[in-house]
Design a binder for this molecule. Structure first.
Ligand SMILES: Cc1cc2nc3c(=O)[nH]c(=O)nc-3n(C[C@H](O)[C@H](O)[C@H](O)COP(=O)(O)O)c2cc1C
Length: 258
């Protein structure tokens, strides 16, 4: 049993590859009782600022897991900054002992810093690393990925630059006149932070996870960043090639109960 969170499909792809039973965190977290029992329970999610997304942390805090094997696989794009060890401490503080935590490098969807075309052209050997992780999980390996000196340095530099959680720093969006009111952004948002007003998308920062699903999925590129620095490539957007827009909507849509 795997619980996953995704903005652009990397973590969903990994979850699909690792288990047949996968459950979306943005959907299940709405339940009052979060009690789960299975031989093996895993979390798959992206790394945001070297940590798990806020909603994933809330889920881990609230859920109870009855299992012989608790693991996490964290997808990242450039520097995980010791995300596995950081997550291990989080699990411990939430009263859960993780047996195995690792990271996997994929396309970095952090648009302010990366050009998606360049990212997609890079061979990050995802399949090879996925197969290694599959073997580890099958063997019920124990251990939390150690942080290399380079990743420790990246983490320390990051802490000097960024003082607040990613969702408070990088969740500033604006919607341009290109918006046609198709509503896709409202349906890929895992936190229900976007709605349409007069056929025009409006983003409310409250609860936003900064997953960038809305920015990446907009067919008109009308959802843009309202950050001081320009994007690396404003014309490039990303969704994992093994994940459809429908799957993203099914994973994240919060509009059905509106
Ligand atoms: C707000 C934000 C912060 C991110 N922070 C990091 C980071 O600290 N290190 C990193 O390597 N990648 C970072 N990324 C990239 C994602 O972790 C990576 O692309 C991930 O695989 C996306 O998963 P998804 O497609 O399931 O949403 C960040 C992305 C976003 C949107």
């Amino acid at each position: 049993m795997i619980f996953y969170f995704t903005g652009t499909g990397n973590s969903l792809y990994v979850a699909k590859e690792l288990d047949e039973k996968i459950i979306s965190i943005p959907q299940i977290i709405k339940e009052k009782r979060l009690e789960f029992s299975a031989d093996s329970i895993g979390i798959v999610c992206p790394v945001y600022g070297h940590e798990m997304p806020g909603m994933v942390k809330e889920f881990i805090r609230r859920a109870s897991f009855e299992t012989d094997y608790l693991f996490a696989v964290l997808t990242y794009g450039a520097h995980h900054g010791g995300a596995a060890e950081i997550a291990g401490l989080f699990f411990r503080d939430a009263g859960k002992k993780a047996d195995y935590i690792t990271t996997i490098e994929m396309v970095d969807n952090f648009l302010p810093a990366f050009d998606m075309e360049e990212q997609m052209a890079m061979d990050k050997q995802v399949e090879k690393h996925l197969n290694e992780i599959k073997a580890r999980l099958q063997a019920k390996s124990q251990g939390i990925q150690k942080t290399s000196l380079a990743e420790k340095t990246a983490h320390n530099m990051y802490l000097k630059m960024v003082k607040n959680a990613p969702e408070t720093v990088w969740a500033a969006f604006r919607v341009t006149d290109e918006c046609v009111g198709c509503g896709i952004c409202t349906r890929v948002c895992p936190a229900g932070c976007i709605h349409l007003e007069n056929q025009y998308a409006v983003h409310e920062p409250e609860g936003c996870q900064a997953c960038y699903a809305c920015v990446h999925a907009c067919p008109k590129m009308a959802v843009q960043f309202a950050l001081p620095q320009p994007e690396k490539n404003p014309a490039a957007r990303y969704r994992n090639a093994h994940v459809t827009l429908c799957e993203l909507v099914k994973s994240n849509d919060q509009t059905e109960n509106d």
